[in-house]
Design a protein around this ligand. Sequence first.
Ligand code: F3S
Length: 63
Amino acid sequence: MKIIVHNDKCQGHARCWAMAPNIFELDDEGYIKPGDIDVAEADEKLAWKGAKSCPERALEIGK
Ligand code: F3S
């Protein structure tokens, strides 16, 4: 599974990171780092929750 990161929508809420800091990395200013995220099968549920926790819908769930 892949998380498609829309950096233009990220406002630095960091809810994704709070949910799964190993999956969602933030830059020094607290915004999600650019680039799509490849998620291991074992982490899919957590990644899904983290992506859904973003109030800006910056994290799209891909395949
Ligand atoms: Fe950004 Fe949303 Fe995470 S606003 S820091 S992608 S919770």
